[in-house]
Design a protein around this ligand. Structure first.
Ligand SMILES: *Cc1c(COP(=O)(O)O)cnc(C)c1O
Length: 370
């Protein structure tokens, strides 16, 4: 068991009180007032008109793709440097994922390569843009391209709640967007997600599909195949109190990033994830790369030293085009994501990590150069 985790849940007395209030009210049935309040609060934060709370971010992406009419024979674009959940729902619908390499300014989807994909494939029916590690992709360029090719954009903002791009909140920019409230994310409902859009019909459709496609009659009438994808009112109670703490969490995680950068940034061959000047990140995880030649150390040797000290750290996401399940998928570029994966790691970044714990992480890494 590690003594310092990468990004553990951060639960306060206020969270206990909020969940307890829901239990006391007996609104433990799936939907209820805490759920409505959570949807409204997240929609406000993301400057969205409509939102539906779900049991995962993955479910949100599945519903978004289905509502956009994605089917077998269609292709959907997704960055290669991301978690598999950004692409799996494409396959649930029998469509084909097309992967795109990262760019250097934010490590997110490279718009030039996206344009190449759109130019050469007329069956692309949606583009999933991921805001990785809490920093938005180059949205102006991506939105302009997708508008030109008339392809809807879904923002995978699972890691980016509270971040913004040119003053626009993560999750406010695509046709659809979604957040995750999984246990390791910046706020958590233990498991959960939310789908957001500005068209009432789209979110009402998602709400209907997420509740077993029940027609509004007493006798359980069904005209479509539905899912059991709603978040419960009890977990929304936790989400409401967690959300009130979001700004403090961003400040704390940014302080971790700044402290790591001050302590390690001057080591030759260590480079921190760049933050583009267009972006205000939420600093979900502090990520850096280790050049094995210049540094005289390596990512793996640092990971081993941290593991030895009971500190949890991880490589960056393994690019999807390198995953066995996607070995036959198309990928535009891929060399940069591969290099980031070979050299990159994520450091403990939790909003409940103490300064002493952070110093132990720093000392353990610096010891590699003593
Ligand atoms: C966590 C995550 C998801 C999936 O969210 P769940 O709520 O765990 O289903 C999707 N995309 C990215 C980039 C994530 O980090």
């Amino acid at each position: 068991m590690p003594s310092i985790y990468l990004s553990p849940p951060d639960i306060s007395a206020r969270d206990h009180a909020s969940v307890d209030a829901v239990l006391t009210s007996n609104w433990v049935a799936p939907v209820g007032p805490a759920l409505d309040a959570f949807e409204a609060a997240v929609a406000t934060r993301a400057q969205r008109k409509y939102a539906v709370a779900l049991n995962s971010g993955t479910a949100a992406l599945h519903l978004a793709l289905q509502i956009l009419g994605i089917n077998s024979g269609d292709a959907v674009v997704c960055p290669t440097l991301t978690f598999a959940a950004s692409a799996n729902p494409i396959c649930y619908l029998g469509a084909e994922p097309i992967f795109i390499d990262s760019e250097r300014r934010t490590w997110n989807m490279d718009p030039e390569l996206l344009e190449e994909a759109l130019k050469t494939h007329d069956n692309i029916k949606a583009v999933i843009v991921v805001h990785l590690y809490g920093q938005c992709a180059e949205m102006d360029h991506i939105l302009e391209l997708c508008a030109r090719y008339e392809v809807p954009v879904i923002e995978d903002a699972a890691e980016a709640l509270g971040a913004s791009y040119r003053g626009r909140p993560a999750g406010s920019m695509g046709t659809f967007s979604f957040f995750s409230f999984n246990g390791n994310k910046i706020i958590t409902t233990s498991g959960g997600g939310m789908l957001l859009a500005n068209e009432r019909d789209q979110i009402e459709r998602a709400r209907y599909l997420a509740t077993q496609a029940r027609e509004p009659v007493a006798h359980y009438e069904h005209k479509a195949i539905g899912y059991n994808y709603r978040m419960s009112n009890l977990l929304a109670g936790l989400g409401n109190s967690q959300l009130t703490d979001l700004d403090r969490r961003i400040t704390t995680r940014k302080a971790h990033f700044d402290a790591y950068q001050r302590a390690l940034g001057n080591i030759p061959g260590i480079d921190f994830m760049p933050i583009a000047e267009t972006n205000a990140a939420n600093y979900w995880l502090t990520c850096l790369t280790v050049d094995p030649v210049i540094s005289g150390s390596s990512r793996d040797s640092i990971l081993a030293a941290l593991a030895q000290a009971d500190i949890e750290a991880r490589p960056l996401w393994k690019p999807l085009h390198l995953q066995p399940i996607f070995q036959n998928a198309k990928c535009f570029g891929g060399a940069l994501a591969t290099q980031l994966f070979d050299r990159g790691l994520c450091l403990p970044s939790g909003s409940n990590m103490s300064d002493d714990q952070r110093q132990l992480v720093i000392d353990t890494i610096r010891y590699e150069w003593l």
